[in-house]
Design a protein around this ligand. Structure first.
Ligand SMILES: [Zn+2]
Length: 177
C-alpha cells in the first residue's frame, strides 16, 4: 500500500538505518548493503537514481518498502479549501484555466442560498471571474458546464498530481482515476 512520497535524503536515511529496502518493478528488494555493492548498470532500468558520493554513485531506489509500519495514514482526505484546489489541480472547473491559489475561489455548484452544501461533491475550484459570472445560478442556468464532476478524492493519493507521478511508481499505486 502506498504510504507517502518522500525525499531522496529521507529515503537514503531509511535505507541506511535498515528501516526500509529498495524495491524494483519486479518486486525484488534491495538492502542498504546490496545497494552499496551494486552499480547502476547492473540494476533494472528506471528504478534507481544515481546519487553522487565521494566514492562513486550510489543507486537510490525510486521506490522503497518500509520494513515495519504500525500506523498507516488515514485513507480519508480531510476536507479543506487547499485540498479542493489540489483535487482540481488548481484549475478553474468552469473555464479550465490554471491559476495560483490567490486567484482562486471555492464555488458552490448548487449555490448556498439555494440549499447547496459545503461538501466535496458540491464545491469546485473557480477563478474569480467565473465565480462572479456564475453568481447565484446553477451551472445549467449560467450555461457554464463543469469540467468534471466533483467528488471526494479516494485516499491521499487521490490528491497526487498525476503529471508528477514517476513511471516507476505506477506498479505500486492503485490510482483511482
Ligand atoms: Zn474560470
Amino acid at each position: 500500500m502506498p504510504v507517502h512520497i518522500t525525499t531522496v535524503k529521507r529515503a537514503v536515511s531509511l535505507l541506511f538505518l535498515e528501516a526500509a529496502k529498495g524495491v524494483d518493478v519486479q518486486y525484488q528488494t534491495y538492502t542498504w548493503e546490496q545497494l552499496m555493492y551494486n552499480s547502476l548498470e547492473n540494476l533494472p532500468e528506471d528504478c534507481f537514481l544515481p546519487l553522487r558520493t565521494t566514492s562513486g554513485f550510489f543507486p537510490v531506489p525510486k521506490v522503497i518498502v518500509l520494513n515495519d509500519y504500525d500506523q498507516l495514514p488515514k485513507r480519508s482526505v480531510r476536507f479543506s479549501r487547499t485540498h479542493v484546489f489540489m483535487r482540481d489541480q488548481y484549475t478553474c472547473q468552469y473555464c479550465g484555466d490554471e491559476f495560483p491559489k490567490a486567484k482562486l475561489n471555492l464555488d458552490h455548484v448548487v449555490p448556498r442560498s439555494r440549499g447547496g452544501k459545503t461538501t466535496w461533491d458540491n464545491l469546485v475550484t473557480s477563478c474569480h471571474d467565473c465565480n462572479r459570472k456564475k453568481a447565484n445560478l446553477t451551472p445549467q442556468e449560467a450555461s457554464m458546464p463543469l469540467r468534471s464532476r466533483p467528488r471526494k478524492p479516494a485516499g491521499t493519493f487521490g490528491l497526487v498530481n498525476l503529471r508528477k507521478i514517476q513511471e516507476s511508481w505506477t506498479p505500486f499505486l492503485l490510482v483511482d482515476s
